[in-house]
Design a binder for this molecule. Structure first.
Ligand code: GAR
Length: 253
């Protein structure tokens, strides 16, 4: 399975994914990194590991659809199976979601559906929440929504600041994303093998296309010879019988 990671900045989640993917048992490779900003620090992690990486800025395109179409082209050129948004601060449109035929995952630093959007940690602290955490979920057309794959919880301390809470949660994010990818890849594999078996069964059920049989030319020759002999013998037998009948008739007269 090939993964494209989309980033906008620091890229610590990207780095954690690159490191996880180095393990032999990890079921996917990070095959592409896309940033919407050329200045994103995370691009250097991709460069260090020789992972193809591109800064694709929306400013270089006349509209969002053309911009997203350019990214989709990159994804298909690199045969990407899964897209992982890791701090990618652009909302993907229904056009992108409809045109990329694979799972799109996102990580968000809160226990979704609570605290969607920006300034999560500040809002959690102000609200006096006892727990916060992170969520990896499938991307749908709505922001920070979609079916949840993995969630990890942390306790909010008494003298927590947005920065200390962010750091605590970030550690969990780095574990959660790799875990979510393992789950999604195994689900994809199970789905693929199910559909393959179904297709094989359908092929068996469908009337089979006849396989052309290879004909031996010597056999054709043997057949033709036998047929010629048969016709010659039959011809002479008929003449012989006719003669016998004529002789018998003359004798009787
Ligand atoms: C992460 O905390 C991620 O959860 C958050 O941006 C940060 C990116 O950090 N994403 C969102 O808030 C998306 N709604 P990173 O660049 O070091 O991976």
């Amino acid at each position: 399975m090939k993964i494209a990671v989309f980033i906008s900045g620091r890229g610590s989640n990207l780095k954690a994914l690159i490191d996880s993917a180095k393990a032999k048992a990890f079921p996917a490779e990070i095959a592409l990194v896309v940033s919407n900003k050329a200045t994103a620090g995370g691009l250097s992690y991709a460069a260090e590991e020789n992972i193809p990486h591109f800064a694709v800025s929306p400013k270089d395109y006349p509209d969002k659809q053309t911009y997203e179409a350019a990214i989709i082209e990159l994804l298909s050129a690199h045969q990407i199976d899964i897209v992982c948004l890791a701090g990618f601060m652009k909302l993907l449109s229904p056009y992108f979601i409809g045109h990329f035929h694979g799972p799109i995952l996102n990580i968000h630093p809160s226990l979704l559906p609570a605290y969607k959007g920006l300034h999560t940690h500040e809002r959690v602290i102000v609200a006096g929440e006892e727990y916060s955490g992170c969520t990896v979920h499938h991307v749908t057309e709505d922001m920070d929504a979609g079916p949840i794959i993995v969630q990890k919880k942390v306790k909010v301390s008494k003298n927590e600041t947005p920065d200390t809470l962010a750091a605590k949660i970030l550690k969990k994010e780095h574990q959660a994303y790799a875990q979510a990818i393992r789950i999604v890849v195994s689900e994809l594999k199970a789905y693929t093998s199910q559909t393959t078996t179904k297709n094989e069964e359908e092929n068996i059920m469908a009337s089979p296309t006849p396989t052309p049989t290879k004909v031996d030319p010597e056999e054709i020759q043997r057949y033709q010879l036998t047929w010629t002999r048969f016709t010659v013998i039959s011809k002479y037998s008929i003449i012989f019988i006719a003669l016998v009948l004529v002789i018998m008739a003359l004798t009787l007269l």
